[in-house]
Design a protein around this ligand. Structure first.
Ligand SMILES: [Zn+2]
Length: 482
């Protein structure tokens, strides 16, 4: 059903301009979006696959393409285009159109213009709780550069504004001396606990911004916000969310500022020494989505840049922007004690894919490992970029945990509409990730969500899409255990 992963969307190469901000404050409240959706499917006309709205009910959806989605006269890719709808456009649902090949469409009416037509169902999510965007004034989303300093400032502002629903703790210190924060949203003594972490790969810092804005959203609408008829206070009072918004603050800072903001003076030379090796393996290529992307060829014997037809070598500045590892050149997501000895990736410090000298050799890895054992968590969620995918399961998982991870992935899929991928297969032999370790060592379900469509670092133009897909997903998760 989902086709976003390989970029077969209606999206083209239009500039990311004039993206409308969501206008939810005018929308009528709708308390149980997911339930209504299920009801609506059960009343579909078996003849045509079409279904129409019941009297008096309004269901609103938000369009979430990376660029734009076509509003079409007919429910298929070839249908004449009436308009192009950008991320954040609110539409009223009129009916479902389920095609046999599972390219499902919704018949909708655009809220602002009143235009009616069909849109691909994969690019529309439930609008959910109608909120007032102007109430969210702490975490910025107008630019992609969300720094470690921004995060620290925002954490302090949020904790002092919402002390009864949000607390912070420093759970470790990075190689270059930055704090690793954990936030607890909800009641710290709640019956249930969930742990989420983002920013373990430096260049994927948009997810840190997403974690922070979601935290602000739930705090700001704690008493008014509703999911499935329950307030956020009720939901997070029963299930506390432990959020590590930036697991690898040094990596984020390297990707954003290069060597400029490093505290340890030797790091400039160290990063250049990584560059000197990696530059010989990095090639600027078109990826499966049709975007240019730097990719590694270190596994290919005798790979020489000049013979590959590559138009140019990566510069040092470009190299630093794609940095994923910590300040020791260790990829934290290959450093956990899960199949570590069998990881067959790079043997040198690098921007990515070096597993380190030993399992949990890095302070960032140890901080996450220790915090993951603090509570008996219901599940774990890791946020990465990019690909618009949800990975679940791991080779060596117990059957019962494979099942629970699969269920968790389906739950997220129903809400954020990314495709799911089972990683309990032969192709993913290199483990050492946080999600691998929590599944294998703690026997807990875990998913890894890959946000975004374009190569990292993601551009701010994708944020409206990512935000609207994810905004209510924590409430959905908390509701699951209620
Ligand atoms: Zn990642």
């Amino acid at each position: 059903m989902m086709i976003a992963a390989v970029g077969l969307s209606a999206c083209g190469n239009i500039p990311d301009n004039d993206k409308p901000e969501p206008v939810f404050s005018e929308l009528p409240s709708r308390e149980a979006p997911s339930e209504s959706h299920e009801e609506s499917e059960s009343t579909a006309d078996p003849e045509s696959g079409e279904e129409t709205e019941e009297e008096g009910e309004h269901r609103y959806l938000i369009c979430v393409p990376a660029e734009y989605i076509s509003l079409r006269e007919q429910p298929d890719q070839g249908g004449a285009e009436i308009a192009q709808l950008t991320a954040g456009t609110v539409v009223e649902w009129i009916g479902d159109h389920l095609n046999e090949d599972e390219t499902d469409y919704f018949r909708v009416k655009v809220k602002d213009s009143g235009m009616e037509g069909y849109v691909s169902a994969d690019y529309c999510v439930e609008a959910g709780f109608p909120y007032d965007e102007s109430a969210l004034d702490i975490v910025h989303a107008d630019r992609a550069m969300y720094t470690y300093e921004d995060m620290v400032e925002d954490i302090n502002a949020l904790v002092s504004k919402y002390p009864d629903r949000l607390s912070k703790e420093i759970i470790g210190t990075s190689v270059d001396g930055r704090d690793i924060f954990a936030l607890v949203l909800g009641d710290p003594d709640a019956e249930k606990h969930v742990m989420l972490q983002a920013g373990i790969h430096g260049r994927e810092y948009m997810n840190s911004q997403l974690m922070m804005k979601m935290t602000e959203y739930y705090c700001a609408f704690y008493d008014d916000g509703l999911y499935n008829g329950k307030t956020y206070r009720e939901l997070f009072g029963k299930t506390a969310f432990h959020v590590i918004p930036m697991s690898n603050p040094d990596g984020v800072t390297i990707s954003q500022f290069g060597t400029e903001k490093m505290n340890n003076p030797y790091l400039g030379d160290f990063l250049y020494s990584c560059y000197e090796i990696d530059r010989q393996n990095l090639c600027y290529e078109i990826n499966t989505n049709g975007d240019y992307n730097w990719s590694d060829h270190y596994k290919e014997d005798g790979f020489v840049l000049s013979e590959s037809g590559n138009p140019r070598e990566i510069t040092f500045d470009e190299y630093l922007t794609i940095w994923k590892a910590n300040a020791n050149g260790v990829d934290i997501n290959n450093n956990f004690d899960a199949g570590w000895a069998d990881i067959d990736l790079k043997s040198w410090p690098s921007y990515g894919s070096y597993k380190g000298d030993g399992p949990v050799s890095e302070p960032e890895t140890a901080a996450l490992r220790d915090y993951a054992q603090r509570h008996d968590y219901e599940c774990f969620v890791s946020y990465h970029s990019m690909g618009q995918l949800i990975y679940y399961d791991v080779k060596g998982n117990k059957d019962s945990n494979s099942e629970r991870s699969a269920e968790l992935s389906e739950l997220f899929k129903s809400h954020i509409k990314y495709d799911t991928v089972n990683t309990n297969g032969a192709y993913n032999v290199n483990l050492g990730g946080f999600g691998d370790w929590v599944q294998l060592s703690l026997d807990k379900p875990s998913v890894t969500i890959e946000s975004g469509k374009k190569p990292c670092p993601l551009e701010i133009g994708e944020f409206v899409s990512i935000w609207n897909r994810h905004r209510e997903s924590w409430a959905m998760l908390a509701d699951r255990w209620d």
